[in-house]
Write a protein that binds this ligand. Structure first.
Ligand SMILES: NC(=O)c1ccc[n+]([C@@H]2O[C@H](COP(=O)([O-])OP(=O)(O)OC[C@H]3O[C@@H](n4cnc5c(N)ncnc54)[C@H](OP(=O)(O)O)[C@@H]3O)[C@@H](O)[C@H]2O)c1
Length: 282
């Protein structure tokens, strides 16, 4: 199948590091299945893994990395700060636990998972992430679920510009205002729930474009994200889908296809709005 020779496009981050534009998402992958499924992803050719402290599966991700035999410098590993730990010292301790769980001496990207506006400590948490970045144990740092007003405050009050902003984006939620502010500051947008958790795949426009190209709806949606310049990491517990979601680099959508998919935006979220999410699990 030649899949081992597939070259995954990379994007440059604003600190000079690079990120593979396609990765494997692990939200809701049960801890006991994580090792085997992440290993399947690595064997398929994925080299970018997206996990989080709150997913409780970092250990399985680390076990798969160790079992895969893939060289560490060929991998891009992201994890995210648990909402309970925005306090400076808590953030450091949580990061240390992540490295321990993953069995790694550094991650490629460490993110603040949610801004938690009612908690109002994301600026403090960012201070800890800046220290972790300067220590070399995170090659880049970034944020997730930051609305433009959260980003502007961070930029005004801190030193390091986030390398990425990981936010919900799919055909029913273009999130164009956030993407525009990210682009203005050379922050790469990562599109979470790129398939809208599966809901958008039955959209008649997506189904039509998939038929036109002889591809699946998921492949068409992922291709749309890639051609818009965002990073994606679809999640699946189904090995055939893990493979399907990787087969994206031998076809291209036309400008008209892209415009038709972009026009499906109806502001519909599958997850929480960042201004309303304040759950620290405490
Ligand atoms: N930063 C954040 O706050 C945040 C929030 C949410 C997600 N994320 C990240 O983004 C990743 C992806 O988002 P997500 O997991 O929410 O949703 P998603 O990737 O958009 O969708 C996953 C769902 O789509 C199904 N699916 C996957 N590939 C498919 C295919 N080819 N055909 C049909 N159905 C398919 C999966 O089913 P099966 O698994 O049953 O195959 C699963 O139900 C997460 O895993 C996580 O890493 C981050």
């Amino acid at each position: 199948m030649g899949r081992m020779s597939t070259t995954i496009p990379t994007l440059a981050l604003n600190n000079g590091t690079t990120i593979p534009q396609l990765g494997f998402g692990t939200f809701k992958i049960p801890p006991e299945q994580t090792r085997d499924l992440v290993l399947t992803a690595l064997e398929t050719g994925y080299r970018h893994l997206d996990t989080a402290q709150m997913y409780r599966n970092e250990r399985g991700v680390g076990e798969a990395i160790a079992a895969s035999g893939v060289a560490r410098d060929e991998l891009f590993v992201t994890t995210k700060l648990n909402n309970a730990f925005h306090a400076h010292d808590d953030a450091h301790a949580a990061f240390d636990r992540s490295l321990d769980e993953l069995g790694l001496d550094h991650v490629d990207l460490f993110l603040i998972h949610w801004p938690l506006p009612a908690v109002d400590r994301y600026v403090e948490a960012w201070g800890a992430l800046e220290e972790i970045y300067r220590s070399g144990r995170a090659r880049a740092i970034g944020v997730s679920n930051f609305e433009p007003h959260h980003l502007r405050r961070l930029l005004a009050e801190t030193t390091v510009v986030p390398a990425v902003n990981q936010v919900e984006v799919h055909p029913w939620l273009g999130n164009e205002d956030v993407r525009a502010v990210d682009a203005e500051h050379d922050i790469v947008t990562e599109a979470w729930s790129p398939l809208g958790r599966g809901a958008v795949l039955a959209d008649p426009t997506i189904v039509r474009i998939a038929a036109d190209h002889g591809r699946t709806p998921a492949q068409v949606v992922l291709r749309w994200h890639l051609q818009r310049g965002d990073v994606v990491f679809p999640k699946s517990v189904t090995p055939s889908r893990i493979e399907e979601n990787f087969a994206l680099f031998d076809f291209e959508l036309s400008a008209a296809d892209l415009a038709d998919i972009t026009a499906l935006d109806r502001g519909e979220r599958v997850g929480s709005h960042p201004d309303e999410m304040n759950n620290t699990g405490r």
